[in-house]
Ligand binder design. Structure first.
Ligand code: GLU
Length: 288
């Protein structure tokens, strides 16, 4: 079951009001978005973290996932929602609720993940979300379940071989990501254009509207599995440990959703489930 409440044609009931244009390059708007995401909204979020008993009573776990980030959460050509984060949530649902189909999926974008959690729209976010100290001030994270790395993709015929070759050039990124801050630190003199989704940023790169695009290597590998004519620079900018995110204020009791997810993730690490998911969705793509 999935619900495109913020996605597809209606990418945002919520995003529509915060991001009016699919392409927002101005630095001030990026900063404003950051203030909103990190500052105001968490203070407004009155909802509490959820317990597994509450989820069982309700009969479904509501998960915020990406719909456009192959191989983590994406709508496949058959119209089905697939990917690592989708399988991970189904597996957690099987282990915690006793049924694999106990998850309702709602679309989140990088810039709406925190809002989705703190508004109470979703119980958890599984959406290529890197655990950072700044984000940990406004949401609670699970233990990491996979580590990606920030990378840069350029057209195959680009003269750029190293990151420094892109200084002064136009670099495309996704709003609400760690990628933005990391690349701006490394290349302060580049020009930047932000997009609401990685699909939009990659489409702009394809259309020649920038010299390079940056996001996690895992997400870039998803685009390159469907597109020829691009290559990834060898240099990686950062480690990006992915965690599930939850509303703050969990009871830390045995019944707390995050506590139980962490227990399950530890078991899934030991019993090979996480390795199996990585082999199924990620490893083959990163090599290609
Ligand atoms: N994993 C990075 C982040 O959480 C970049 C990609 C994404 O937005 O999911 O910001």
């Amino acid at each position: 079951m999935w619900k495109s409440r913020w996605g597809g044609k209606s990418v945002g009931r919520l995003t529509g009001s915060t991001i009016k244009s699919p392409e927002i390059g101005q630095r001030w708007l990026g900063s404003l978005l950051l203030i909103v995401l990190l500052g105001v909204l968490p203070a407004c979020g009155s909802k509490k973290a959820v317990s597994v008993n509450e989820v069982k009573h309700r009969g479904k776990l509501v998960a915020g996932v990406k719909f456009d980030s192959k191989p983590f959460g994406f709508l496949d050509t058959d119209g089905q929602l697939k990917g690592y984060d989708i399988d991970l949530m189904r597996e957690l649902s099987r282990r915690l609720l006793g049924k694999e189909k106990g998850v309702e999926f709602q679309q989140v974008l990088s810039s709406t993940r925190v809002i989705a959690i703190n508004s109470g729209s979703v119980d958890a976010v599984a959406a290529t979300m890197t655990i950072t100290p700044e984000r940990a001030k406004v949401v609670d994270f699970s233990i990491p379940y996979l580590t990606a790395h920030q990378a840069v993709v350029v057209p195959s015929d680009s003269p750029a071989r190293h990151l420094k070759d892109l200084d002064g050039k136009t670099i495309l990124f996704v709003l609400g990501t760690t990628s933005e801050g990391n690349i701006k630190k490394r290349l302060p003199d580049a020009k930047y254009t932000g997009f609401k989704s990685s699909t939009d940023a990659f489409s702009a790169l394809k259309a020649g509207r920038g010299d390079a695009m940056t996001t996690d290597d895992t997400i870039i590998s998803g685009f390159l599995s469907d597109n020829c004519g691009f290559r990834v620079l060898d240099e990686k900018l950062s480690d990006e440990p992915y965690g599930l995110a939850f509303r703050k204020g969990g009871a830390e009791t045995p019944d707390d959703l995050r506590v139980q997810v962490n227990q399950s993730l530890k078991v899934m690490e030991k019993d090979g489930t996480l390795a199996r998911l990585k082999a199924k969705w990620v490893d083959g793509m990163l090599k290609s």
